[in-house]
Design a protein around this ligand. Structure first.
Ligand code: BDR
Ligand code: CA
Length: 321
């Protein structure tokens, strides 16, 4: 079932900002919870408030959750997103204040009292896991979680671990084992979305302040790395327009928390999908019988980047002149 009302847990972040801008225009955002991730909570919670001001939606409440992972030291991605999380953008201190309630308590209150709200998690899963620990009944109350995180094959934070999972593997493990229906948009899908200088020009052509900020952010990322996959925005587009994902597969995923080389890896059990021809791997629903646990994740496999781009540009145009 497609739900329109969402809560977003995020760590803005360049691509989180694109995701927020898309969701605010296209969905009913009940609240935004910030988590420490790409940069510290002081910045991610500021940036979330800034986006509500930029989009003229200061009615959307913003909450601060956890800054630090459940175990170990924080992992940051300031080399990707800039120290303040928004590239080299010099943003004003938002007038909008954070809500007094802790982000985890907001998650619990919302999902214990409302039906048919989807949870979108595009940062480390710390807040979500802490909420599940504090209120175990949430497992029955959250209808689905859409996660940007993990990977079918290789990682970015390490050869096998994707950043959001690597930043808090214990939290990811709790969420993955929760029994809540999970849709996962991992690096195998985001890498199909290469956005660079050509797209920066298209964003500039839209001609409003929201699109201008997007152009500045994408330009910063493109200058650093040649392109951006806009991972979080790609992910939320699946909720807005399900047809952007042309193929998804059900798979069992465990999160590695102990390995010397593999901590934070999403270990996908693809055994059933491996057939005789390596070129056909993963292209069929099921090829052979194999042992394994029941699938717990629907994983995006093929992404329509043109459809995504049309959706993004359309949303930006809707912000007006
Ligand atoms: C994820 O990590 C962060 O840097 C991005 O915001 C995205 O959520 C990609 O691995
Ligand atoms: Ca993110």
């Amino acid at each position: 079932m497609q739900r329109n009302r969402i809560v977003i847990d995020c760590d803005p972040g360049i691509d989180d900002t694109f995701a927020l801008i898309l969701c605010i225009k296209k969905l009913d955002v009940a609240g935004i919870v910030a988590v420490g991730g790409n940069t510290g909570l002081q910045f991610t919670s500021r940036n979330a408030r800034y986006v509500t001001e930029l989009t003229g939606r200061t009615d959307i409440p913003v909450y601060a959750g956890y800054d630090q992972p459940m175990l170990g030291n924080a992992v940051r991605a300031e080399y990707v997103h800039g120290v303040g999380g928004l590239g080299d953008l010099d943003i004003p201190e938002p007038k909008k204040q954070l809500e007094n309630e802790h982000g985890v308590d907001f998650l619990i209150r919302t999902f214990m009292n409302e039906n048919d709200v989807s949870l979108v998690a595009i940062g480390p899963l710390t807040n979500v896991a802490q909420a599940l620990l504090k209120e175990p009944e949430l497992k029955k109350r959250i209808p689905e979680i859409l996660i940007m995180g993990g990977a079918a094959f290789c990682g970015n934070q390490s050869p096998v671990a994707e950043f959001n999972i690597a930043a808090d593997p214990e939290a990811a493990k709790i969420v993955m084992e929760s029994g809540i229906p999970i849709r996962m948009f991992g690096l195998n899908a985001t890498r199909q979305n290469w956005m660079g200088e050509e797209q920066v020009k298209e964003l500039r052509a839209v001609g409003n302040k929201v699109a201008d900020v997007c152009a500045d952010l994408l330009s910063f990322a493109a200058k650093m790395y040649g392109h951006s996959e806009l991972c979080d925005a790609s992910t939320v587009s699946w909720l807005i327009d399900p047809a952007v994902v042309k193929k998804s597969l059900m798979v069992h995923i465990d999160v590695e928390t102990k390995g010397e080389f593999t901590r934070g890896m999403t270990v996908c059990d693809w055994r059933k999908y491996m057939g005789e021809d390596p070129k056909e791997d993963l292209s069929h629903e099921k090829q052979v019988d194999a042992d394994g646990k029941e699938p717990n994740v629907e994983m995006a496999m093929e992404f329509d980047k043109n459809r995504f781009w049309e959706l993004l540009v359309e949303a930006l145009k809707e912000y007006g002149k």
